[in-house]
Design a protein around this ligand. Structure first.
Ligand code: TNX
Length: 650
């Protein structure tokens, strides 16, 4: 199995050549066959749709009307000889969410078994048109034509998610809608809504108005550039009314996105305890809802009122969100509080438990039963595994992939979201102009190479991997622009991993399609991060030894002038990283500069930038990078090398 997977990864070799015939569709469809000719959209083009296709047809028409200024009438004449046709068809399309799209000179026909597939067909159709099709107003002098093509497409995973943390910093309803629009464009279908946390409660609960009157005001936020201090400014009140939530849920549904609400418990609850101190073990009011200056606190699970309170909150939550899964958080609960608490210790003894983690399971079990009685399923962060999982619970694996492996091995469904590949709050570049982030380093290529099904998982358990999710934690994302910069284009990579088969993944081709795709994001005025120059080379497992040994890359073409250059070794995949002893620059085989420091390119990279001097650039000579590296605990590492000239001033 192992060799097979490595084989597949190797087949996805980096190919940076731009394939002229490649359609710039992201995520890449399963099968695209180019045909002769083009279809031209005009003021007379009509959209024909059956009942299942009608909502997607209306959305498509609205987009086309805005961009082209044409009328794009929608009717139900699905047998028409021309136009755009959306039709349900149980036989043609490849299963749930899949679709077939056939573009000929006269017609573009989308067939699918369900409404989601018809919607995804329209998203692909839009991406076959010029990027101006996403413009905010009528675009002038655009030739609205698309190449004839035959596409059949189906997603790899049912869970293709993005998490928005609106507790640490808030997004307005319109801003969330913007994300939902762009998620739909990428065929992302789960928006995990992190609505409550220590830093603010953002969901109106009618029974407990204090939650939003008081709990939605954070006393201060981290000051940009000075994270250990607050900015001294109260932040809030910011929250969604129940009407706004209903509006968002409907808006998402129209784009085939399920919003999964997260109500954190029993930890990350200062938003609750600040208003209801009697629900904590100490019963002491807590004022500040920041990460500094305040000890974390937790619900008192020994107090029956805590459970009743959360059930009340969930009752209203379930009325608002129709999703099958309800996320109950469960991460980073300061269980030590339960050690000092008379009520919690009494419960622990009465149940015959040995540790406090089992108290969390006790609590989860009751919440899970409440959810199950109401037809829902519990999902939580991987800490919920620690006291033993409740039977039907699903796990979101974030502290690496271990939690996912353990849970899936025991037959639980899992969503993979490891910090190493999916934490979109981590930094994505090392340049001087990068914004402040929480820390970490997660460049686009590392995200792209993520394989959500762990190699170690027994074959019969792989089906439990529902998919993956990119997380936008917002402690250091102050505004919508920051969410966008951190989200894109890494979310495009998440979308492709979730949708496209592993065999089709190819980073070089992905970035070449991104070139066009980013023009679409320009139309949304999106503040995405610009692409780095393509990597100058890569390393593969076959080049890595257990003892230090050199690996070389020809950088002649990428070395254009004298100055300070930076070589960046970016790990992309493999179970082990590489230790780097030094990196040197060679001119016609002779070393001219060397940076000696210990670096590590792996899941948690350290010091992977090497600075090298080129005093004078000589045309006609050969420049080579040489790195002295060794496998760290194994030799299956792979990665890419970036090579950039740094401006003189730094
Ligand atoms: C850990 S991931 C957290 C969040 C932070 C995030 C920052 C998880 C379940 N908990 O509360 O915002 O790290 O990366």
């Amino acid at each position: 199995m192992r060799t097979l997977i490595i084989g597949i990864l190797l087949c996805a070799t980096l190919n940076f050549a731009i394939a002229a015939d490649e359609f710039a569709v992201i995520p890449l469809p399963q099968k695209i066959e180019a045909k002769e000719g083009v279809m031209v959209l005009s003021s007379k083009t009509v959209i024909h749709a059956d009942k299942a296709g009608k909502p997607a047809a209306e959305l498509l028409a609205a987009r086309l009307r805005t961009a082209t200024g044409y009328a794009f009438k929608v009717d139900d004449k699905i047998n028409a000889k021309s136009g755009i046709v959306l039709v349900s068809d149980k036989t043609v399309a490849p299963g749930a969410e899949g679709y077939a799209l056939e573009v000929t000179k006269d017609k573009a026909v989308i067939r699918a078994t369900d409404a989601a597939g018809l919607f995804y067909g329209t998203q692909t159709l839009l991406q076959l048109l010029p990027p101006e099709v996403f413009s905010a107003g009528a675009a002038k002098s655009v030739n609205w034509q698309l190449s004839c093509v035959s596409i059949t497409d189906t997603p790899r995973f049912p869970w293709r998610g993005i998490m928005l943390d609106v507790s640490r910093h808030f997004l307005t309803v319109d801003e969330v809608k913007r994300f939902l629009d762009v998620m739909g464009l990428h065929k992302l279908n789960i928006m995990h809504f992190h609505l409550t946390d220590d830093q603010g409660w953002r969901l109106e609960i009618k029974k407990y108005p204090k939650l939003t009157e008081h709990g939605s005001i954070r006393s201060e936020s981290p000051a940009p550039g000075n994270r250990n201090k607050g900015d001294g400014k109260p932040y809030g009140p910011f929250f969604y009314t129940q009407d706004q939530i209903r509006d968002l849920v409907a808006y998402a549904q129209a784009r085939h996105i399920t919003i999964i609400p997260e109500i954190e418990m029993p930890g990350h609850v200062l938003g609750v305890i600040s208003s209801f101190p009697e629900l904590s073990c100490r019963g002491v009011p807590i004022e500040v809802r920041t990460r500094w200056g305040v000890e974390p606190d937790v619900l008192c699970v020994g107090n029956p009122a805590s459970l009743e309170f959360m059930e009340d909150v969930l009752k209203e939550t379930l009325e608002l969100f129709p999703s099958k899964f309800i996320h109950i958080g469960g991460d980073e609960s300061p269980r030590d509080r339960w050690k000092e608490c008379v009520k919690c210790q009494a419960l622990l003894k009465a149940e015959g438990y040995k540790n406090e983690a089992q108290l969390q399971t006790w609590f989860n079990h009751r919440i899970e039963k409440y959810l199950a009685d109401n037809g829902r399923r519990l999902i939580g962060w991987d800490e919920i595994l620690e006291g033993g999982l409740t039977p039907g619970a699903a796990v979101m694996s974030w502290r690496g992939i271990g939690g996912g492996i353990e849970a899936a091995t025991h037959g639980h469904d899992v969503v993979m979201s490891p910090t190493s590949h999916c934490y979109l709050d981590y930094g994505q570049g090392r340049g001087p102009n990068e914004p402040e982030t929480i820390g970490g380093y997660l460049p686009l290529e590392t995200v792209y190479f993520y394989e959500p099904v762990p190699e170690k998982l027994p074959a019969d358990k792989k089906k439990h991997v529902l998919g993956l999710q990119g997380n936008l934690w917002s402690e250091y994302l102050w505004t919508l622009k920051d969410f966008e910069y951190n989200g894109f284009p890494r979310a495009c990579a998440i979308a492709e991993i979730g949708w496209t088969s592993a065999e089709q993944k190819d980073f070089g081709r992905f970035t070449s399609r991104l070139g066009t795709h980013l023009k679409r994001l320009d139309m949304f005025n999106m503040n995405y991060r610009k692409l780095d120059a393509p990597p100058v080379g890569e390393w593969k497992p076959t080049q890595i030894k257990s003892e230090p040994a050199p690996v070389e890359w020809d950088v002649t073409a990428a070395t254009k002038s004298a100055g300070r250059h930076v070589a960046e070794l970016n790990f992309t995949h493999g179970a082990h990283g590489i230790d780097i002893a030094w990196v040197a620059l060679l001119q016609d085989g002779k070393e001219i500069s060397r940076d000696v420091h210990a670096g590590f390119a792996g899941g948690r990279p350290r010091a992977t930038s090497y600075t090298l001097q080129l005093p004078t650039h000589k045309p006609g000579v050969r420049y080579t990078l040489r790195a002295q590296v060794s496998g760290n605990g194994g030799t299956d590492s792979a990665g890419v090398v970036n090579w950039t000239l740094k401006p003189a001033a730094q």
